[in-house]
Design a binder for this molecule. Structure first.
Ligand SMILES: Nc1ncnc2c1ncn2[C@@H]1O[C@H](COP(=O)(O)OP(=O)(O)OP(=O)(O)O)[C@@H](O)[C@H]1O
Length: 259
């Protein structure tokens, strides 16, 4: 699977006020099994780009293809989302929540439960399969959302600040666990995050977007095999990259000229 984003521009037309061009002329290729993180200042168009990749928004110009086939709308077997708010159904058990996508896809009950259970095992939550979301911590709920996305076996997973609602320690711990699960499952992932540590730790490539309107201004390769261990965060190469990203974001990325 290769996703190609070619000269994609998206302009929001507004009922009141001028149109807003959120992203302009984005070119990007995402290859099978790759983990790409997307960072940039608030409002630079990260979520917009992710929604275009998922087929939920249609580019105003340019095109997005998967293995040469244009994306014309959302398709669960192609792209699954994990958002910051867990978006679980409170009245459904954990296993039923994990099976939600399969249910909408028309998979029969016994089969979808079996698939969902397998994914819950992967994220370490099979022991709470019959519990309800309210009985779980925020971190556990977000792991259910990851299991639900994995259950669809999508070609690409699109994650928007998936652990942004968690406290720092849980976010790091669960983030590391989940990045390892996704690596073992050989998933192709694009993740938007505001955490530089997360952006580097998870990814093969970190893309930095700048504003005015949103473009990709820099790309960094994280040259370390995955899955990674926590102590990767204490290495000199991690530090150097982090400092560079920090400088770029705390400067004015909109003024950075694309190479
Ligand atoms: N539905 C919409 N209608 C009009 N403008 C929109 C809409 N959604 C987003 N925008 C505008 O498009 C730009 C990009 O928004 P987007 O949410 O993609 O940025 P972001 O980088 O994900 O931001 P954040 O990091 O704060 O979540 C912003 O200027 C925003 O105000």
């Amino acid at each position: 699977m290769t996703m190609n984003i070619e000269s994609v521009t998206l302009t929001y037309e507004r009922a009141k006020g001028d149109p807003v061009t959120a992203i302009r002329d984005i070119d990007l290729e995402v290859r099978r099994g790759e983990f790409v993180s997307l960072i940039g200042p608030s409002g630079c168009g990260k979520s917009t780009l992710l929604h275009c990749m998922g087929g939920m928004l249609r580019p105003s110009s340019g095109r997005i293809t998967v293995d040469g086939e244009p994306i014309t709308g959302p398709k669960p077997s192609r792209a699954a989302f994990v958002f910051q708010d867990y978006s679980l159904f409170p009245w459904r058990s954990v296993v039923d929540n994990a099976a939600t996508g399969l249910r909408f896809a028309g998979v029969r009950k016994a089969e979808r439960r079996a698939v969902a259970m397998k994914q819950l095992e992967l994220v370490g939550l099979d022991h709470v399969a019959e519990s309800y979301p309210a009985e779980l911590s925020g971190g556990m709920q977000q792991r259910v959302a990851v299991a639900r996305a994995l259950a669809m076996d999508p070609q690409i997973m699109l994650m928007d600040e998936p652990f942004g609602a968690l406290d720092e320690q849980s976010r790091r711990r669960i983030g590391i666990e989940m990045s390892n699960v996704l690596t073992e499952a050989e998933k192709t992932v694009v993740m938007v995050t505001h955490s530089l540590d997360e952006a580097i730790f998870w990814a093969d490539r970190v893309l930095v977007m700048g504003k005015g309107p949103g473009r990709i201004v820099r790309e960094f390769v994280v040259d370390a095999p995955r899955p990674r261990r926590l102590d990767f965060m204490t290495t000199a190469s991690f530090d150097t990259l982090r400092a560079e990203l920090f400088g770029l974001l705390e400067g004015a990325p909109e003024e950075v000229v694309a190479p």
